[in-house]
Write a new protein. Sequence first.
Length: 283
Amino acid sequence: MKRLATTAALVAGLLYAATSFAAPTPEQKCQAAKNLAAGKYSACRQKAEKVLALNADGTKYADAILKCEETFSNAWQNAIAQAENAGATCLDAPLVADQYKTVIDAASVAVATALEGGGLATCGNGVVESGEDCDFGPLAGQTCSSATADVKPYGTLACGAGCAFNTSGCFGCPGTLVGGFCWVESGKGDSCRNACTNHGLAYDAATATYAGSGGSDANCLAVAQAMFPFWTSPPYPEPLQVQGIASSGVGCGVFNLPTLVRDGNTTISDAVDSQISRICACH
């Protein structure tokens, strides 16, 4: 009789426990699914590192990592889709899978490097240490120019997996190089600040000091000749020429080719003239 009473009490307790906890929300399910995906991706990477340590086959290693990444991406997106189908948004939005992957990659690389005898780096602590190019924020004073040996000096340098520089945001001059500066042409009535921003760059003072108010007609002409080579050799209709203009600080610019203009007022980044396409230096 006592045993029956004990059993009944146990069943009652289980039923109470089952009704005391609410079912997981779509957000919690997404969190759980992403945790699982992240764990499997990390394990997949470490397995690839294990195989590489045994056979040193770089091709097989690259293929294995690619499969890890594909599986991770699919699982991550599936977790998001499940939440969206339930009318919910995952709690970590707007973070994306690649941001998590970067953190996991960095940890995997740190472990693999240490196991090779290279010491256990503390990538991710915000301090650039021995063996690191950067540390997820601090770039140790480096730029696209220094990180690529001036091959791709423009754009934005980032810190990537394993605290190594990520130069995917770096690029060469999108315009014309003259005098060591990168030059682009603005639209008529547009400023040099906007023209540079539209190319992912920032305004450079050489706009004024080299070809504008602090420069010379000869420099203005030299930049234009490089930008518009059709006008530098026969059979051009007529040669490029620079003339003065009363304007508001646009510096060197194009009126209508072959006519260039260069005004005498102090060249500034935001100056505009509805009839002038400015010649702008950017960095």
